[in-house]
Design a protein around this ligand. Sequence first.
Ligand code: SF4
Length: 314
Amino acid sequence: MIDVDGIVRIIEERKAKTIGLQFPEGLKRQGPGIAKDVEARTGALVIVSGDPCYGACDIDDSLLDMVDVLFHFGHSRLMDDDRIVFIEYHHEVEVDTAIRNALPLLGQKVGIVTTVQHIHMLKRMEQLLIEAGKTPVIARGDSRITYPGQLLGCNFSATPAGVDTVLYVGSGNFHPMGAQLSTGVPVIAADPFTGEARKVDVEKIMRQRYALMAKAMDAKKWGIIIGTKTGQKRLELARRIKETAGDATLISIREITPDRLLSFKVDAYVSTVCPRVAIDDAGRFGVPVLTPVEFDIVKGLRKWEDLAFDEIKG
Ligand code: SF4
């Protein structure tokens, strides 16, 4: 449920006249209804962003320049800018069934991690483990992370070290695989939507990544992709990679598509944007698109057995 009363209160407090609303894809359909409601209750002019939005890093800067306040929905705060108000979205789904199914797979000392959509259930997760005789551990991440125990697809810093297993509560594969690769500790994923629990397997993704790195070993011409989204800009990292790569071009792209990459006729890319792009979309690109971690391995700056997911640290 989106708290429209809270939004109206903020608009009134700030005496804002022009408002921006930015939703991730899953919440966009609520945009017209919320815009109409807010306009009727405040008299402000409301503009809804129609561009894709994948995370709190992905602020619609053009819209931000046009409005007094931009409400960014679905994600937790990633940067401090008084003009942006982050409105989180929490799934009202119980976690008990999935966690009870995970119990037989867990060790004694268990790190708990989840996404912001389930973070309000963290206490309940901890309580269920204590009731089962386990020792739960919750860690605080770096400054990119808002809550203890919270993961982003680009930051696993809240994954506790020194535990026997990590319990990931949420859906999808990317976050639990990243948590496992960043700690080397087995991760059990408990999905509140299906109630199922499973041990996370990183073998398949590792094989895919090793195959792409092997292919990139022959690359002569490199493209180094720089993101233009607010929370994805890593120019210094891109500059460092360019110096190592030899024949390399820095290329800025907002939305990466296979067509845009094909136009440059390079042998391989290194992506410094959202780490998920290189991994989730690997099958769509005609040439290897490596993460900075993988590039370092190809260039002999890191050991092959030290493969991990790329992270944007805070
Ligand atoms: Fe999410 Fe990617 Fe942005 Fe990180 S960089 S917040 S994983 S969209």
